[in-house]
Design a protein around this ligand. Structure first.
Ligand SMILES: Nc1ncnc2c1ncn2[C@@H]1O[C@H](COS(=O)(=O)NC(=O)[C@@H](N)CS)[C@@H](O)[C@H]1O
Ligand SMILES: [Zn+2]
Length: 477
């Protein structure tokens, strides 16, 4: 890719910064000629690969990965009334095979309940077949009419992890939803992204669910991004798709289900929360390049310095790091700029003086300088990397703490919603929520909030004065 792409906008002009970083750090090419559909650059794709490797590691502990077809026949898609209502405006249809019209139109999966559950009905016979815990990571299609945005609001969701589980009882499904939320917390912790978990209001739950627990990240502009959801489906789908099992007494019972999903919004969140005016700042766990070696060449000792750099790269690679040595004929400063833009957590400089003194200079992406003794290279680099991850977490937690504000009046809530998440007391009824949402142009994100920064005190509703519980409100993506 061409080197000089002009200056990155300052981070506080977040929207411009976000669009530009996708190009400057070679994450996505947004020039593909279909709205809401984008192309992964190799660097972005390597980030996706490392990020989803963490998600798979966590899921594979007690799920199996699988793959269902993309195409869903209309008769199956149209079976569950709530689900249809929720998706009929969003689903793409395939109506022809070549020049001949299909006898049954086929939906491009917006999510895969209606592809998977007819098969679950064939697979589930006895309680011994339960629980089923499967997931797939696929592309899904939603005809989004709101403003589309790379990684945030897509028409082709390229990295849609959807898990679908089947259980013998409502309680077991409830426990699974809680496990799913715990898994999401662990996943986002590994990305150093703080999240807030809450129960979506009834009118905002997943179509066909009993309830939805959502995971929200607070973006630098104060708007929240829903970066994961877990749904208790009750027996709504098992009734519709006849997923029943024979219990120990030989009786036919309806199964209980959950589903939970994450998309590439997880990457949007990690780019946005950690990045700065110089570009990406990536947690080592997801950085395609974890260490950039920059040799400081002087003519008369060029060969020796080159050899020393190659040796460094070999040792660090053998120790399991993802390393790149930059031998390009550019000034060191231009090389620093290049790797900082790509969010490389650690740069190692090696020049003639370093070789003479048996050291290397290790500089983290946050500008922390460490003189590392050459012989203790691996343990010291490992320690610096762990420390760097810790600093990223602290920095993100600090920022999020400033963006959560408990308020006791609508005026204060309006003020807070411009900067982040406002915690208010809400009685839980729709009328009060509607007046809050219309009055100060926010969404009621949810209740039963699980966050270290929000204590669960009782109070009186900000609108009607009735007994209330904490609820979070914010502007959202
Ligand atoms: N148009 C979109 N672009 C990017 N991500 C999206 C889009 N729509 C939804 N998502 C993400 O995908 C997650 C799961 O989508 S969902 O509709 O809430 N849930 C489901 O589809 C359920 N079947 C669980 S897999 C959401 O929490 C959100 O983070
Ligand atoms: Zn009220």
């Amino acid at each position: 890719m061409q080197e000089d792409k002009g200056a990155l906008p300052a981070k506080e002009t977040f929207s411009e910064w976000y669009n530009d970083i996708l190009w400057q750090a070679e994450i996505m090419d947004v020039r593909y000629p279909v709205k809401g559909v984008y192309v992964w650059y190799p660097h972005g794709f390597a980030m996706r690969k490392a990020t989803y490797a963490i998600l798979r590691e966590l899921l594979d502990k007690d799920h199996d990965e699988t793959l269902f077809p993309l195409l869903i026949p209309e008769n199956e898609f149209m079976k569950e009334a709530e689900h249809i209502k929720g998706f009929e405006e969003e689903v793409y249809w395939v109506t022809h095979g070549g020049t001949s019209e299909l006898d049954v139109p086929l939906a491009l999966r917006p999510t895969s309940e209606t592809a998977i559950y007819p098969m679950y009905a064939l697979w589930v016979r006895s309680h011994a077949d339960l629980p089923i815990k499967l997931y797939q990571i696929v592309n899904t299609f939603r005809y989004e009419t709101k403003h589309t945005r790379p990684l945030i609001r897509l028409r082709e969701i390229t990295s849609f992890k959807e898990a679908h589980t089947v259980h013998a009882t409502w309680e077991e499904a409830q426990a699974q939803v809680n496990d799913a939320v715990d898994l999401y917390r662990t996943f986002y912790d590994r990305l150093c992204v703080p999240v807030i978990v809450s129960r979506r209001p009834e009118w905002d739950k997943f179509p066909g669910a009993d309830y939805t627990l959502a995971t929200d990240a607070i973006m630098p502009d104060g708007k929240t991004l829903q970066v994961g959801t877990a749904h208790h489906l009750g027996d709504h789908f098992s009734r519709t798709f006849d997923i029943t099992y024979e219990d120990a007494q030989g009786e036919q019972q309806l199964a209980y289900q959950t589903c939970y999903g994450i998309s590439e919004r997880c990457i949007a969140a990690l780019i946005s929360m950690h990045g700065d005016d110089k570009g990406l700042v990536l947690p080592p766990a997801v950085a395609p390049v974890q260490i950039a070696i920059v040799p400081i060449i002087i003519k008369k000792r060029e060969e020796e310095i080159r050899l020393a750099a190659e040796k460094l790269e070999m040792e660090l690679t053998e120790a399991g790091f993802r390393v790149k040595t930059d031998f390009r004929s550019l000034r060191p400063g231009a090389k620093y700029y290049h790797w900082e833009m790509r969010g490389v957590p650690l740069r190692i400089e090696i020049g003639p003086r370093d070789i003479d003194n048996g050291v290397v200079m290790a500089v983290t992406r946050l500008g922390e300088k460490n003189t590392v003794t050459r012989d203790a290279l691996i343990p010291e680099v490992k320690a610096i990397m762990e420390q760097f991850t810790g600093h990223l977490k602290e920095r993100a937690e600090q920022k999020v703490q400033e963006q959560i504000m408990s308020v006791s009046s609508l005026e204060e809530a309006r003020e807070a919603a411009g900067k982040g998440v406002a915690v208010i007391q809400w009685c839980g009824c729709k009328e009060c929520a509607t007046s809050i949402e219309t009055e100060i142009d926010v969404s009621v994100l949810g209740t039963d909030v699980q966050s270290a920064y929000i204590d669960d005190t009782e109070g009186t509703c900000i609108i009607c004065g009735k007994p209330a519980r904490p609820a979070i409100i914010a502007r959202t993506y």
